[in-house]
Design a protein around this ligand. Structure first.
Ligand SMILES: [Zn+2]
Ligand SMILES: [Zn+2]
Length: 445
């Protein structure tokens, strides 16, 4: 877009020059001079129109272009925040801009109560936008609960129907919610306070539900993030053909790190400095796949994964951005096979999940060590990290029955905890949150 901006400036300057000379010329009385003046006026008017046209085209893009600066900060509050919720195999992103909220997908059934309680805990009582990327269960089931409990102003959802039960519940709830329902189209823009939301794709006639995903680029000052739902390579190619401004600081990996998404061509246009992958530990699809991980790393991006790190938040003030924790070095792909049926799901607490975590523990250690520098983990030695990983997989947490917090067994707070408040639990993270427990802010279980 640099080119058109330069053209715009150049055209303006040209017009000013011509305008000035026409003033001088208009002082003359001879007919040819008058004629010249008229022509100059027409040219000048034309150039001014051109100028204005370029200004309208260039200004919003120019404001969104450029790259924000990644910085290290422990500040857990900013005018713009995007949190990848830990919904397991699924996707849910909560976006805050100047106190206004949007949720993009709500995860699957198993994490519905967690998403609702997350909103409650963070004082989100009203959502300006609730976006359903597409109608697959792992994206909309959680939104049903949100529509039940939270005031929603506008629903953005694709314009197709399916015969699934979960879609029917979503439809019923969205209609009962009183929210305005919009089927956005590519090229539409929406404002979330000072954040600008551009619709990159809403391809309702695409062959697969995944490719019908509403893809968005959200810009807040010079910080930008791009999300494509579950769109695959062919849809990425379409987005590439129809959008000139894809360059973004953060990329939400398409389809949970599937091998059929995050194509090299697409990554080359997005050039993300960071990538979030939302997937469940030990998921049956094998997400994230080695192919997708390789391409993302090859693009020069650093990585965050919900299956390894849980919730991750990016904060931005519009010129710089930072994260709630350090990126992971864990490039261990999922162990399931892509394309297998969802029914063959491997339980997160099974041996497979433990195995995959164990092989990755060496590299995870370094991520925790880096995190320690950001004040996230108190101790980053291998033993601690290994036990953290083991406990994550086995679902062993230490509850403080008095403070209603839960921790990894290795958390420093556990050592200080009074025995009478201490309780060992093998319940899932979601279940504990459902029972009113909060994850410890230090060990981030
Ligand atoms: Zn999905
Ligand atoms: Zn899907």
């Amino acid at each position: 877009m640099k080119e058109s901006h330069t053209t715009h400036k150049a055209a303006c300057r040209f017009s000013e020059v011509r305008g000035a000379s026409s003033e001088t010329k208009s002082g003359g009385s001879a007919a040819p001079k008058h004629f010249t003046w008229k022509v100059t006026r027409i040219i000048s008017a034309f150039l001014t129109t051109l100028c204005l046209l370029f200004a309208t085209l260039a200004t919003p893009i120019a404001a969104e272009a450029g790259t924000a600066q990644a910085i290290q900060s422990t500040q857990a509050e900013a005018p713009f925040e995007l949190t990848m919720l830990n919904v397991g195999q699924g996707l849910s992103l909560l976006i805050k801009a100047d106190g206004k909220y949007m949720i993009y997908d709500g995860g699957g059934r198993s994490s519905s109560s967690y998403v609702v309680s997350y909103l409650k805990q963070h004082g989100v009582t009203e959502l300006t936008y609730l976006t359903a990327s597409h109608y697959d269960e792992d994206h909309i089931a959680g939104l049903v609960g949100v529509l039940n409990t939270t005031k929603v102003d506008t629903v953005l959802c694709p314009d197709y129907t399916t015969d699934t039960k979960i879609y029917q519940s979503f439809l019923t709830k969205e209609q009962a919610s009183g929210a305005q329902i919009i089927h956005p189209r590519a090229g539409d823009t929406y404002a979330l306070a000072n954040a600008s939301i551009s619709v990159l794709s809403a391809d309702n006639s695409a062959e697969t539900d995944n490719d019908r995903s509403i893809a968005l680029r959200i810009a807040y000052g010079s910080f930008s993030v791009i999300m494509t739902g579950d769109a695959a390579e062919e849809e990425e190619a379409k987005i590439l053909r129809t959008n000139s401004n894809l360059d973004s600081d953060l990329y939400i990996a398409g389809h949970h790190g599937s091998q059929y998404s995050s194509s090299t061509a697409f990554l080359n246009a997005v050039t993300p400095a960071y990538t979030f992958i939302s997937c469940g530990a030990g998921n049956s699809y094998g997400h994230p796949t080695k192919d997708a991980l390789d391409r993302i790393i090859a693009s020069g991006s650093q990585l965050y994964r919900s299956d390894v790190q849980g919730e991750v938040t990016v904060y931005s003030d519009g010129t710089s951005y930072w994260f709630s924790q350090a990126p992971t070095k864990n490039l261990t792909p999922g162990t399931g096979s892509e394309g297998s049926s969802a029914g063959a799901g491997i339980d997160a607490t099974s041996g497979t999940a433990v195995g995959s975590n164990a092989t990755g523990s060496g590299t995870v250690t370094s991520a925790y060590s880096t995190a320690a520098g950001l004040g996230i983990a108190a101790a980053g030695d291998a033993g601690t990290s290994a036990s953290q990983n083991a406990s994550r997989a086995a679902g062993t947490y230490i509850l403080n029955t008095r403070s209603k917090k839960f921790h990894y067994p290795s958390c420093d707070s556990v050592k200080k905890m009074s025995e009478k408040n201490k309780q060992v639990s093998t319940k899932s993270r979601d279940q504990l949150i459902l029972e009113g427990y909060d994850p410890c802010q230090n060990c981030n279980p």
